[in-house]
Design a protein. Sequence first.
Length: 210
Amino acid sequence: MAQCATFRLNSQGDTLNCKDVNGNKQGKWVLRTESVRGEPGFEEEGEFENNKRTGPWRKYNLIGDLLSVENYRWGNKDELSQYFTIYGLEHEEFWHATNPLYPFDTIYVPNVDNPDKYEMKVVRVEATTVRHGNWRYYDPETGKLIRTESYLFDKLQEAKVAEKPTDKSENAQKQAIAPNGKPKEVVQFEKKILTKKKIYIRDGTVRYDK
């Protein structure tokens, strides 16, 4: 509290929303944005270090439902960020933040001739944070993975749609039905009949040789 020029206390007596003598935000903060012109309001809570977000920040709607958990470093998104609906997890993002004082970074990239081997490479990072790693999208109601995107320093490497699970009983039923809509057994019987030799009787009837 001695380092805070301004602050407030919550119901538990914790110091929040501290600004130091230089006007920089420090420590735990709770930020509230009211609803305006149809846009829903929300609250954010996390920590500042010298006016920059650091560590995990949580975002809630105004009735207390969790909307997101984002991680920060040097004031930028870093590592895992998760986003939710009222039903559950909607998608995950992975970010890589770069120290603004050092615009170069060292990364490991797959070897062109041998994907199982990795090489160290020094790269210049133009942005303060970039997409880096696997982004996953889910069905919030079932929790099933829908799609995955893989990034290497903001460059999309691969996008993959998750295979839709199939019902074995449904597959078995489809296999039992021929393309013309007839049951498999009927098609086999007709094919067997057509290969037999027809014998014509004087009364005009037809029978098939066994």
